[in-house]
Design a protein around this ligand. Structure first.
Ligand code: GTR
Length: 406
């Protein structure tokens, strides 16, 4: 954790938040139509231009190959492993999807979709899941040897994915490794999906083009394309979920693709749910320095200059409206600024209300262990650190039951 990070509420600079319901000419946005036709597209474009970069459409050719399927969890789930092949510009790359659908479902099931940090074999102890051959970040605790997963990598992140609870609640779980879309290191975008879209002679995205978070987001959207033709899944009832850097990604996926019916951000912090202007914990300058590949290059303009950024993260949450959005924080995860995450959820409220939806029903950061789950914006503050636990999943399932189950 950075020694120079501020953790003192008293040292937070005074700041003004850009109002999601006032347009660039200073006019109030008072109708649903004005929000839909003008203000929402403009805010989305500002996030593209200044924060995450623009994302291209599907690859020029995509094919799906079933690698394996079978019964899982004592027959309560049907497992499928699917390889999506992407072609473009004479380049090819692929991503492996792991899908568990509940067998007791008589109708296509609603689903949770989320990317993982260390591959499909890491999210479960199911021995039939194929071990990823992809590049991985160094992590001795995850059994990574020379940037590759090993037998010791199986199930290392299983505690973060309550798969049996999800299945037994009537949902499918769909996941893939983020690094299949773009390995998480700064290589100038030579690998991953970026080269499939370069213009002739181009070797770098433009300053307002996608970085790695954009590539992961693209991946989530391509998986959703696949779910639309997958008979076991009801693609109109897919909740996109992500933790930390992948929580930032889940939010950007929900903002750029309104097919996602529900959006869940866990401990997403700076560049995710947390308000940048608070400069609490991780800051824009710090995240751009440590992870120069995550955002678009234009985002660096706001290093130590948050107040000049035309958007802040409450407006990202507002882009989910009217769909349900769930922001989750953890008491000890101060690097991600739980209060800043809460305030972004709170200040997205006026947009939800304009659209006839229920904003957060509390206006102060709750105590640890408390859940505010009765609106279309939900928030909880788990007791503990930067992680995903079964307790988090219990809250998200409760919210999903309200919003996604017929
Ligand atoms: C940290 C980073 C955070 C968060 C986290 C994670 O190093 O500073 O923004 O993304 O990694 O993804 O686990």
């Amino acid at each position: 954790m950075a020694v120079d990070a501020n953790y003192d509420e008293g040292l937070i600079p005074s700041y003004d938040l850009p109002d999601p319901l006032v347009d660039s000419e200073g006019q109030p946005v008072q109708s649903v139509e004005m929000w839909r036709q003008q203000r929402r597209p403009h805010i989305l474009q500002l996030f593209e231009e200044h924060v995450y970069g623009r994302i291209p459409g599907p690859a020029s050719q995509t094919t799906a190959e079933i690698l394996e399927e079978g019964a899982a969890f004592d027959g309560r789930a049907h497992r499928q492993q699917i390889r999506l092949h992407f072609h473009g510009n004479g380049e090819h790359t692929h991503a492996d999807i792991l899908l568990y659908a509940p067998t007791r479902a008589t109708n296509p099931a609603p689903a949770f979709l989320g990317l993982s940090f260390f591959g499909n074999h890491a999210v479960t102890d199911d021995p039939a899941v194929l071990l990823s051959c992809a590049w991985m970040r160094p992590d001795a605790n995850s059994g990574i040897v020379d940037h590759r997963a090993s037998a010791a990598s199986r199930g290392v992140n299983a505690s973060r994915w309550s798969i049996e609870r999800i299945i037994d609640s009537g949902y499918a779980l769909v996941t893939a490794y983020c690094g299949d879309f773009d390995p998480d290191f700064d290589d100038g975008y030579a690998n991953g999906v970026h080269p499939l879209f370069f213009h002739p002679g181009q070797i770098q995205p433009a300053a307002n083009d996608w970085g790695t978070i954009g590539a992961w987001t693209w991946g989530l959207r391509r998986i959703l394309d696949f779910l639309e033709i997958c008979p076991q899944i009801d693609a109109t009832r897919v909740a996109v979920m992500g933790h930390s850097r992948l929580g930032k990604t889940a939010l950007w996926a929900g903002a750029t693709d309104e097919r996602f019916a529900m959006v869940i951000s866990n401990d997403s912090g700076c560049g995710g749910a947390a308000l940048s202007r608070r400069r609490f914990g991780e800051t824009i300058a710090r995240i751009n320095r440590t992870f120069p590949h995550w955002f678009c290059n234009n985002f660096r303009v706001y290093d130590d200059a948050e107040q000049t950024c035309p958007v802040d993260q409450h407006q990202l949450i507002a882009l989910m409206a009217p769909r349900p959005v769930y922001v989750a924080s953890a008491t000890e995860d101060r690097w991600a600024d739980p209060k800043g995450e809460f305030l972004a959820a709170l200040h997205a409220g006026p947009v939800y209300e304009l659209l006839g939806k229920q904003a957060l029903t509390i206006d102060r950061l709750p105590e640890g262990g408390k859940v505010c789950n009765d609106g279309d914006i939900a928030y909880h503050l788990r007791v503990g650190g930067h992680d995903v636990t079964d307790w988090d999943w219990q809250q998200w399932l409760y919210a999903a039951d309200r919003h996604l189950q017929a």
